[in-house]
Design a protein around this ligand. Structure first.
Ligand code: SAH
Ligand code: SF4
Ligand code: F3S
Length: 458
């Protein structure tokens, strides 16, 4: 057996791709390991979204080069591959900056990894693939999935045609593409057979999904969700990431209709100023977003909302930033991610005049995060004393404890749930910790062992 170490950066789509790369290399004798030290092959599945994300890759590559040298000196070998969005964006530049890299492969071409490894192993130099091949990547991936935990990701849509002026994704992931309903259903059934109870449907623009339905006509995300909800053993569905422009009436209605669809929606707005939203090319106004939130809450009253925010976009004034804070106060988020604007090479906003000084970005980020953290705390606090269904995912830190997720995606710890991984139980939330909830079983107690029963009776 050869040892394969994959390190994943960036979004959930990269997590999905990393799992598929592992599936792809399993028939070649590669088995995943948790540490890079002694690995025969290391893949960095990278993210290009912000400068920091991309720079992390180069410091990691420096560390790997030293490991590779040590391994070569002791007669071994280590292949180093850079995959993902940095690979797509920077291509051969990566090898120029770090010569220890053997393979550079973009997110649309990783199905070609086995032949690339063969090429490099034959000693014919490095391998580089960053085109967008005409073949359907998903058709070329292995049918066999090696494993699945209780929760799984399933990519249903890739790429982006929206071209927000700050974002690299349309360049690194290419044009929007949707997989067919049949292909997705087959994969979902396999995941369920391997133990998945919850599936999160993924896409850079997942609600722009238009894959071929069973009649050959383009389907929609709403139809896909209704279809997948019929799969026995699949208990929960989620989807991410949605663009506000593609939240149509039918998709909103599904939230009130399909019980398996969890009441949590990540709906990034980025900012609350109409002027900045226009400069970002988001193609909606703050008021449109607020109306949309109202309609979604009408369909599913208990829905928890989350969002992404960018502060310090070029030209953002104090007044624009105030509008963001005001939108956040109006919506009330259960959770959110916020970032300082990072100018990305090749994107229109990176060359815009009026770039915002870092100290202003830092101050705005702190103010926004203060507000968002307070909202998250308030949402979590509102759950105290409530009962909710928790899907247990993994063992907790304490013996016998397990951690699961509430319908609202909050981590929930329960003592005595250690043998319930992969199962859903009703849990009453007893206390709110900084990053999670703690609960006790709210179900009628499980049947006691006879010995325990007689002891209890004494
Ligand atoms: N498709 C999703 C976003 C994918 S990128 C959407 O349309 O919302 C994830 C998040 O990274 C974005 O929502 C945005 O908040 C952030 N982001 C993207 N480019 C960025 C940049 N140049 N600087 C800072 N944050 C950025
Ligand atoms: Fe990037 Fe905008 Fe596309 Fe989201 S919708 S991936 S932010 S270009
Ligand atoms: Fe990053 Fe690429 Fe995802 S840039 S956020 S890994 S699509």
């Amino acid at each position: 057996m050869k040892k394969l170490f994959i390190k994943t950066y960036g979004c959930q789509m990269n997590v999905y791709d990393s799992a598929r790369m592992a599936d792809l290399l399993a028939p070649l004798g590669y088995a995943p390991v948790q540490e890079p030290d002694d690995a025969d092959m290391v893949i960095l599945n990278t993210c290009h979204i912000r400068e920091k994300a991309a720079e992390k890759v180069y410091s990691e590559l420096g560390r790997l080069r030293r490991m590779k040298e040590r391994k070569t000196q002791s007669g071994g070998s280590m292949l180093i591959a850079v995959a993902g969005c940095v690979a797509q964006a920077e291509g051969a530049e990566i090898v120029a900056r770090q010569s220890a890299v053997d393979i550079v492969v973009g997110p649309q071409s990783y199905q070609r990894l086995p032949e690339m490894i063969a090429r490099v192993s034959r000693g014919t130099g490095r391998a580089l693939e960053t085109d967008f091949p005409a073949e359907d990547k998903f058709d070329s991936l292995p049918e066999e999935l090696s494993s699945s935990g209780p929760t799984a990701f399933l990519t249903v849509q890739e790429g982006c045609d929206k071209f927000c002026t700050f974002c690299v994704v349309p360049y690194t992931r290419g044009a929007e593409f949707s997989r067919s309903v049949a292909q997705i259903e087959t994969e979902a059934r396999k995941l369920v057979a391997k133990g998945a109870r919850e599936i999160t449907l993924l896409g850079q623009n997942v609600n722009a999904y238009r894959g071929a339905g069973e009649d050959g006509e383009p389907s929609s995300l709403a139809k896909l969700i209704r279809h997948l909800a019929n799969i026995d053993g699949l208990e929960r569905l989620r989807f991410t990431t949605s663009h506000p422009r593609d939240m149509d009436d039918d998709l909103i209605a599904v939230h009130g209709e399909v019980e398996k669809l969890m009441p949590y929606l990540h709906l990034p707005v980025q900012c609350g100023s109409d002027r900045i939203l226009a400069a970002m090319n988001r193609q909606h106004k703050a008021g449109d977003y607020l109306k949309l939130v109202e309609r979604i809450r009408d369909a599913r009253t208990d829905i928890a909302l989350s969002s992404d925010f960018i502060v310090g976009f070029p030209g953002e004034s104090d007044k624009d930033f105030e509008a963001t804070l005001s939108l956040v106060r109006d919506v009330g988020y259960a959770q959110a991610f916020s970032f300082k604007y990072s100018p990305r090479p090749g994107t229109p906003a990176s060359t815009a005049a009026k770039q915002i000084p870092d100290e202003v970005k830092v101050a705005r980020l702190a103010a926004l995060q203060g507000l968002l953290t307070a909202q998250q705390k308030a949402f979590n606090q509102s759950c105290e004393g409530r009962s909710m269904a928790v899907l247990f995912e993994k063992a907790g830190r304490k013996a016998g404890q397990a951690v699961g997720r509430s319908p609202y995606l909050q981590p929930v710890h329960v003592d005595g749930a250690g043998d319930l991984i992969g199962e859903i139980r009703h849990v009453r939330i007893e206390s709110v910790l900084p990053n999670s909830l703690k609960g006790v079983f709210a179900d009628p107690p499980r049947v006691l062992e006879p010995a325990t029963q007689s002891m209890a009776a004494q």
